[in-house]
Design a protein around this ligand. Structure first.
Ligand code: THU
Length: 140
């Protein structure tokens, strides 16, 4: 991914975050997934009064992509922090379930970007965050 693609994906993650529904935790997360078609899908966390039914931003974006037929993920950008804070203080790393979920469609080579701002970010391969992933090969 070139610099422009990275910055654009982070911007989309911030845009996704503006839609976060997080009345229980107050922690707003945004994600943006770039697919091999060149399309970008945004997501946000969507909480629920049951707590357990909450959907993370990453899986929200992933479901939007897959449900539109875009099943080859190239990269994801994630931004998160307290809803009311002006600047993000921490990098929001994807939870274990989301790492596994996006691995299904991105494989180990997928790029994962966590960002506090456009310039303040870390770039990984999914294999670094989810080594020895459980895949369809595992059950053959
Ligand atoms: N959350 C995400 O959206 N993505 C993650 O990878 C971790 C956590 C959300 C879920 C919940 O709405 C809030 O962050 C606090 O856990």
């Amino acid at each position: 991914m070139n610099e422009e693609d990275i910055q654009n994906l982070i911007l989309n993650a911030f845009e996704g975050r503006t839609k976060s529904y997080c009345p229980y935790s107050g922690y707003a997360v945004g994600a943006a997934i770039l697919t091999s078609s060149g399309e970008i899908y945004r997501g946000c966390n969507v909480e629920n009064s049951s707590y357990g039914a909450t959907i993370c931003a990453e899986r929200c974006a992933a479901l939007k992509a897959v449900s539109e037929g875009d099943k080859e993920f190239k990269a994801i950008a994630i931004v998160g922090g307290l809803k009311d804070s002006k600047e993000l203080t921490d990098f929001a790393y994807p939870c274990g379930i989301c790492r596994q979920f996006i691995s299904e469609f991105g494989g180990s080579d997928m790029t994962v970007i966590v960002a506090r701002s456009i310039d303040d970010r870390k770039v990984y391969k999914l294999s670094e965050l989810l080594p020895e992933a459980f895949t369809s090969d595992s059950i053959r």
